[in-house]
Design a protein around this ligand. Sequence first.
Ligand SMILES: Cc1ncc(COP(=O)(O)O)c(C=O)c1O
Length: 420
Amino acid sequence: MRNNKDLFEESKKYLCGGVNSPVRAMKPYPFFTERAKGAMLLDVEGNSYIDYCLCYGPMMLGHKNPEILDAIKHQLEKGTAYGTPTENEIIFAKRLAQVVPNVEKVRCVSTGTEATMNAIRLARGITERQKIVKFDGGFHGAHDTVLVKAGSGVMTTAIPGSKGIPEASIKNTISVQFNNIEALSSVLEKGDVAGVIIEPIVANAGCIMPEKGYLKEVKRVAKQNGTLLIMDEVITGFRVSLGGAQEYFKVNGDIITMGKIIGGGFPLAAFGGKKKIMNEVSPEGHVYNAGTFNGNPISIAAGLKTLDILERKETYANIKEMTDKIMDGISDMTSKMKTALYGAPGMFCLYFGVDKVKNYEDAKKSDTEMFKKFHKELLKRGVFLPPSQFECNFLSISHDADIIDKTLENMGAALKTIKK
Ligand SMILES: Cc1ncc(COP(=O)(O)O)c(C=O)c1O
């Protein structure tokens, strides 16, 4: 019989560290997924797990959503990649422009990494400035400019960053503390920063919420200093509301990056903004972007069906109700423990050993050993959280009341065991 341990041993021979993305590495070994449906993952040993990782965010419609499958089957019959424009790309772009605030035009790419890399290039191209500001613990993909004090998997590696990045690329990246407007102002006021890239909720250091009015201040300070605001909605977009964090917090970005959910489980991402900004992108403008798989027909078909489902009235109401339910349950069972719980519709994070987390430094003070024990106990009981304290948990439309009740029951049992 194939088992997780043996597969990992085999995997290590051919894949770096046995995985294709570092966040998937789990001690002593990860489980290998055989199939998935709704809120559930099934591994090669026949164990099933309620999934709160959801492929690190994209699977908001649950795994193997039948409507998405139908949409892509239909497209498969017509071909998979053409390298020419398609009508569906226009329909998709138009629909993005209808639902995402401050977006009139987009360029579709394949990954969130490409979306943020190009958004940054665009900000540099328009302002003719070189410097970029990001926030400690914010993760915007694995490209050179943004791997400075980055969150996600970078937080758990020995070297906080990455080797192989030329000094010249990171010397233009300044990382500042989240929820600290003075720190941002003092950098921007020098007038040489092209763009500020921000995760409106820092979901790659858990789930750090912006303090009241903070994002509006970020926008104000950026504007005052001629700096473009890049709202990285790769996680929050189509999750906290149809219009993402911009709609949820009522704040505008100049360039908006989208990914994960919009592809309905396929590689699809985009960056967009007002025409005036997006007209600077090639071939109309002089900021270059290209990609063989940009606007891939299969991804676009899945993306269009995703928008159909997200636009249904009940989608976000249900997501919010289920997020409240799980957060209330967790809050009750941890009321006598030193923990901090944060969330927004469709996402949440429980930090151990701290009372509050308002920035990356606070997040790093959390008790990661306790988290590891919690994670392990939950896994034994069939609940899969992303395997790091610094990743966010996600809900899909398949996470119904029964699934949440079952999760809470198992969380209660797991907490009892680790407190002993
Ligand atoms: C906020 C944010 N931006 C960008 C990215 C990069 O996206 P991708 O992994 O699709 O390249 C991620 C990935 O987790 C992310 O969380």
